[in-house]
Design a protein around this ligand. Structure first.
Ligand SMILES: *Cc1c(COP(=O)(O)O)cnc(C)c1O
Length: 353
């Protein structure tokens, strides 16, 4: 037995590592990234901004300027507090660290896998309540889990990943008002959704929101935020590592996130492409295409594993969920640029044609 096998917590040994497949030279439609690079006319200005960063100094510990930039970009009311994370993943971890060992974390399934993984890392008891056949929240099952499990944290992705839909709003409000748990609505895909719970933070003291810039064009920056009541954020902030947002991210985000017109225009393009991609996929009668409020589309495909491999051999990488629980034969494709989507569609059409 090797050193690490003896040394490591047994439950960590049993976890399957989060797998990121190789994607060099591929059309990358597997991770909800934006297909749009930095606009040419901004590069010079951006480099000048970067050159100004004091790399010999620690960054601003609270990143106050960046907080303000994000408040403007996302129209976050002054009365709410904002906590920044190295990606929203770090904020999920921070929320888990705020719990007592053994507390229960509740979510729905299928959903974002990090709720489960981070609960395990931090010795919390994770419980997932199955969604219904059409990927809605099973409210009676959820209320009964709240009653019996007494969760400390409830994570709901709104819209949900990997299914793409936004759950019924009234159902979510019933969950919020039926529990003492902190309810975390993860709005990673807010830019592509018709609805948000941002304003509801004022109404529900146990509600906080997560957002990220990863799905609006800046996955490489690693920047997420938690929005909640000011006193909630003030207490949670004690668990944040000092300087968790590095200076290159602070400087870059301050510059890039001020270009609100570009960001909005790119989101609008993705929405148009989503409509096109969804209707083209729907025309293939073998497929079942699920409605999306996000920058990706989930679809059920006969011979999903074969289609996935065929796409890969033709240089297009999407996400294979065919073997995931409750997602039999399902694949998830990120909405890319018009050219990328067409390349993807040609392969799919040929496969079934
Ligand atoms: C992509 C995603 C995240 C991760 O965001 P980062 O800010 O990149 O860590 C969080 N939640 C959901 C539901 C996601 O799909």
């Amino acid at each position: 037995m090797s050193f690490i096998d003896n040394w490591l917590r047994v439950d960590i040994k049993d976890i399957n590592a989060y797998h990121v497949p190789p994607s060099k030279d591929m059309v990358k439609l597997d991770a909800m990234e934006s297909p749009f690079p930095l606009a040419d006319d901004l590069i010079g200005q951006y480099l000048a901004y970067l050159a100004d960063a004091d790399l010999n100094r620690y960054p601003n510990p609270n990143a106050l300027e960046l907080q303000q930039t994000l408040r403007e970009l996302m129209a976050i009311p002054e009365e709410f507090g904002v906590l920044l994370g190295n990606g929203s993943d770090e904020l999920i971890q921070l929320l888990a660290l705020a719990c007592e060992t053994g507390d229960t974390v509740l979510s729905v399934e299928p959903s974002f896998v990090m709720y489960d993984m981070i609960s395990k890392f931090t010795r919390l008891n994770y419980q997932g309540v199955d969604l219904t056949e059409d990927f809605e929240i099973d409210l009676p099952a959820m209320l009964s889990a709240i009653e019996t499990q007494q969760p400390k944290l409830i994570f709901i992705a709104y819209p949900n990943n990997p299914t793409g839909n936004s759950f019924d709003r009234v159902t979510i409000e019933k969950i919020i008002t039926s529990t003492n748990a902190m309810v975390v609505l993860d709005e990673a895909y807010y830019a592509y959704a018709d609805d948000s719970f941002l304003a509801d933070i004022a109404k529900y003291p146990n509600l906080v929101l997560l957002r990220t810039v990863s799905k609006i064009g800046f996955a490489g920056l690693r920047l997420g935020l938690l929005i909640g009541a000011k006193d909630t954020v003030e207490q949670l902030d004690k668990l944040r590592l000092p300087y968790n947002i590095n200076i290159l991210t602070q400087v870059s985000a301050n510059f890039l996130l001020s270009e609100r017109e570009d960001i909005d225009a790119n989101a609008k393009t993705i929405l148009e492409e989503r409509t096109k991609l969804s209707s083209t996929l729907t025309e293939i009668s073998a497929l079942k295409v699920y409605p999306s409020q996000a920058n990706f589309i989930l679809f059920k495909a006969p011979k999903a594993n074969e289609l996935f491999e065929n796409l890969k051999q033709n240089g297009v990488l999407i996400k294979n969920l065919a073997n995931a629980k409750k997602l039999n034969d399902c694949l998830r494709v990120t909405v890319g640029s018009s050219e990328q989507n067409q390349q993807f569609m040609r392969i799919v059409e040929e496969f079934y044609g």
